[in-house]
Design a binder for this molecule. Structure first.
Ligand SMILES: [Zn+2]
Length: 185
């Protein structure tokens, strides 16, 4: 039985984390995509749990402890990016792994990045390394996906759209399933 933890980054009360015009709150995007991914993975017989909570902000340490305790096969954190606080031209999709990530993390990140670029047709910023708590403190393969920039006018519009959220969710689901079928290596 494969167990996946989906993490909608941040929480309903997290300060900042919004588009410059305030129309888009990052958590709303993250959790909408998380919900779609959960539904699609559950339909494939995969056991999915959330690291976040729709009602309250969950500390990062609690998220990683939960993942380790449940001993999930992979941890997938979903985010929307920001560059500075005003509108600017930074754009595209990128996926993060820990600097000393396992091969399992690397493969999952590559599959997710490729799948998202194909499905969403955005600029490919590649797989990058980052010292994020959810990547560092989880014992299993873990990736953090940035699905587009809230600080880019074009992408902020996309991030608000249900169609774009579905594209992201389908791409992430596809990558997780491909990874599971390859034996998680
Ligand atoms: Zn974020």
């Amino acid at each position: 039985m494969t167990k996946i933890m989906i993490d909608a980054g941040h929480g309903p009360e997290t300060a900042g984390k919004r588009s410059p015009d305030g129309a888009l709150r990052e958590f709303n995007f993250n959790r909408a995509v998380a919900e779609l991914v959960k539904k699609e993975l559950a339909a494939e017989g995969i056991v999915v749990s959330y690291a976040h909570d729709d009602q309250k902000d969950v500390p990062l340490s609690e998220r990683t402890q939960k993942a380790n305790k449940l001993n999930v096969d992979a941890f997938v954190s979903i985010h929307a990016n920001a560059y500075g606080s005003g509108w600017n031209s930074a754009n595209g999709i990128e996926t993060y792994i820990y600097p000393t990530a396992s091969k399992g993390s690397q493969l999952l990140a590559e599959l997710a990045q490729r799948s998202l670029i194909t499905a969403c047709n955005r600029v490919d910023r590649g797989v990058k390394k980052g010292n994020f708590a959810v990547l560092r403190d989880t014992k299993m393969p873990a990736i953090l996906i940035e699905c587009g920039f809230m600080t880019n006018r074009e992408e902020a519009v996309l991030l608000l759209q249900q169609t774009y959220r579905k594209q992201c969710a389908k791409a992430i689901t596809f990558a997780i399933l491909a990874w599971v079928y390859r034996g998680k290596k």
